[in-house]
Design a protein around this ligand. Structure first.
Ligand code: SAM
Ligand code: SF4
Ligand code: SF4
Length: 371
């Protein structure tokens, strides 16, 4: 265990500088944070760019031509991502999800996947390596991802009806092409595919039953996500959140459901199965039934800052640490220190409307921090 947590100093408005303990200890797996939560999974944003402009994530008005996306030199390289992932793995991380932005837009992503697929946990298990995508170029990429060693895939799709879907992605992207991407993933052998649908009340909630019907009997697990107040640009309001219990009630009326046990402790989705045996669905109730007490997740932003909560407004600058010649042991100790001091539990304390947070502080955008 780390003996003392040295306070963190702020580097003039950039990322926080992680502190390295004076006395280095060998990396220990399973470090706990200030609320007793163990670091187990890591999400890495590989690009802050996207070819969609989902209204709840990268609204057009904000993410326009003038938006200051990161330059190539600012991004972590594949070698840096792999090095950091390897250090996190030595500390007990068992699962890594690549995300963004749209991760498949990062050139040669399959090369990175090949590098990450070589990593193992301290117990010798291969990493659970997975990716979330909007599916738009999955038809082209599925075979290469599979061959590189990607184990699982989550694909986002917010409706089956083109009008509703286009309203959500805001770039006129058709449903058929995402469905074709999902088919391509199945054809190359991906199993246990998940589909994420963000439900925005008054926008796409009329698509819930059609989506449920479409994915029943396919082996694909459809998960409904409550619209969240992530970032500071999506104009979130509680009135646009459809509580998951209402999603379940709607589906249950047409296709009866029963709850099932979580696969593992800390699983964010609550699982339900159809009584007729035609599969299962999940709900992620980040707003109405919070799960901070079980949150074991850290995030690495596109430019190598470690965030300990989706709703944080500052990260810890591990890119500079790596680029200034720090050793793996120093970085591992700094990660342990940072995690040990973590007290985040935003969802448990959010107000009813965070579009204008009373603190006045801006939260980071999901495309940058990794959804
Ligand atoms: N571009 C990829 C995609 O859309 O799947 C990966 C990145 S995206 C930020 C990751 C996930 O976050 C997607 O399933 C997306 O629907 C979800 N998401 C984005 N903004 C959200 C919000 N405000 N509330 C709930 N989920 C959101
Ligand atoms: Fe792009 Fe995914 Fe955000 Fe939609 S949710 S804008 S696809 S990053
Ligand atoms: Fe984890 Fe932060 Fe979400 Fe709570 S609000 S579940 S601490 S990411």
């Amino acid at each position: 265990m780390v003996e003392k947590v040295i306070p963190i100093r702020i580097d003039e408005g950039k990322g926080l500088v992680p502190s390295i303990p004076e006395q280095l200890v060998a990396p220990h797996a399973h470090t706990q944070d200030a609320r007793g939560r163990t670091l187990r999974d890591l999400r890495i944003s590989v690009t802050d760019r996207c070819n969609f402009r989902c209204t709840y994530c990268m609204p057009k008005e904000v993410f326009d031509q003038s938006y200051p996306y990161l330059s190539h030199q600012e991004l972590l390289s594949f070698e840096e991502i792999t090095r950091l992932s390897s250090i996190f793995t030595s500390l007990g991380v068992e699962k890594i999800r690549l995300t963004g932005g749209e991760p498949l837009l990062r050139k040669n992503l399959e090369v990175l996947i090949g590098m990450l697929a070589q990593l193992h946990t301290p117990e010798g298990k291969p990493l659970d390596l997975t990716l979330t995508t909007n599916g738009s170029i999955l038809r082209k990429k599925a075979a290469a991802l599979k061959a590189a060693g990607l184990q699982r895939l989550t694909i986002s799709l917010d409706g089956l009806n083109d009008e509703a879907f286009k309203k959500m992605n805001d770039v006129d992207f058709p449903v058929a092409d995402v469905l074709d991407g999902i088919l391509a993933a199945q054809e190359v052998g991906f199993e246990n595919i998940k589909v994420n649908m963000v439900v925005k009340k008054g926008c796409n909630d009329h698509e819930i039953i059609a989506m449920a019907k479409h994915f029943k009997n396919t082996g694909i697990i459809l998960r409904f996500i409550e619209f969240m107040d992530v970032g500071s640009s999506n104009g979130w309001n509680m009135a646009q959140v459809l509580p998951s219990k209402e999603v379940i009630a709607q589906i249950n009326e047409v296709f009866p459901l029963e709850p099932i046990e979580a696969n593992y402790s800390g699983e964010v989705a609550q699982r339900w199965r159809y009584l007729d045996g035609s599969g299962e669905i999940g709900v992620i109730s980040s707003v109405t039934q919070t799960f901070c007490h079980e949150c074991t997740r850290a995030r690495i932003s596109t430019d190598g800052q470690m965030y300990q909560c989706l709703f944080a407004n500052q990260g810890y600058d591990f890119k500079t640490m790596m680029r200034s010649g720090r050793s793996d042991l120093e970085i591992a100790n700094a990660i342990m220190n940072t995690w040990a001091a973590r007290d985040d539990h935003y969802s448990e304390i959010r107000g009813s409307n965070t579009a204008n947070p009373s603190t006045g502080s801006r939260k980071v955008e999901m495309s940058y921090i990794g959804g």
